[in-house]
Design a protein around this ligand. Structure first.
Ligand code: SAM
Length: 250
């Protein structure tokens, strides 16, 4: 039995809010375009990329993430799911990656390319062939949070960090993308994500109430829960956009 506090996120299927069954429906739709080459910028441990490769058996993929712990987890999963010969996972900065792909994935990770959503969408357009696709997972304001809520959200959040959904879609159109499909996650999908992020640590706390690290972990978990429920809960949405790359000559 482990006695040290486990990493968070180990209970999650992927590191973004969505019901995995809904993700499978989005992936099935992407697969109809038969992408042969796929890139995931800020892939985490690669779950979205793996699902695409499983849905398109002749596709190959590259996933890049700064977190080597996540890349190691992804490599083990790729091996276990028989995908290791079709996927390359790299620990590193996705912002310097260059290439030309049929399908790009950027889920909860546009900051990997640019903190500004419009500039990130332009950079992504440069990585996808004319007629190709982008799966873009992005947070947005459901409604503008008042200052007292904004200041509770994760470290020093500003209004400018997210945009209303209409502005995100307009920014995509300005960057050369057409909107093909749009899924907004429900509050329950958000809640499942937030609980899933810390579920294994909460379980650890229940199993080790007298451990010397228990009090510190409990404080951190309480603080994180307040930032969520008294902060972004009900104000921040998360959307999954399927975008098509308009020909540059159009
Ligand atoms: C919210 S997670 C989403 C992970 C994954 N796309 C998923 O949905 O499961 C955002 C990821 O972006 C990665 N990231 C942030 N900046 C990055 C950068 N400059 N290069 C590569 N990855 C980056 C983080 O390490 C993190 O794993």
């Amino acid at each position: 039995m482990t006695t040290s506090v486990p990493l968070n996120g180990l209970s999650l299927t992927l590191n973004s809010p969505i019901d995995p069954d809904r993700l499978d429906r989005i992936v099935a739709d992407l697969a109809t375009a038969r992408p042969r080459t796929v890139v995931d910028l800020g892939c985490g441990w690669g779950e979205v990329l793996f699902r695409v490769l499983e849905a398109v058996p002749d596709a190959t993929g590259i996933g890049i993430d700064l977190e080597s712990v996540d890349i190691d987890r992804g490599r083990q999963t790729a091996e276990a799911r028989g995908l290791a010969d079709r996927v390359r996972l790299e620990a590193g900065d996705a912002s310097t990656h260059r290439g030309s792909y049929d399908l790009a994935l950027s889920v909860g990770a546009h900051h990997a390319l640019d903190p500004d959503v419009g500039r990130a969408l332009t950079a992504l357009r440069g990585l996808v062939v004319d007629g190709g696709r982008l799966l873009f997972g992005v947070d947005y304001w459901l409604s503008e949070p008042p200052p007292e809520r904004l200041k509770i959200m994760w470290g020093g959040s500003t209004l400018a960090e997210s945009r209303p959904l209409g502005e995100v879609v307009d920014a995509a159109a300005a960057a050369g993308w057409r909107l093909l499909d749009l899924h907004e996650v429900s509050q329950s999908e958000w809640n499942a994500y937030e609980c899933g992020l810390v579920r294994n640590q909460e379980e650890w706390l229940l199993a080790h109430p007298d451990h010397p690290d228990a009090a510190g972990l409990r404080r951190r978990l309480d603080e994180g829960r307040r930032e969520w429920l008294a902060g972004h809960h009900g104000y921040l949405g998360f959307a999954w956009l399927t975008l098509g790359a308009l020909s540059r000559s159009a």
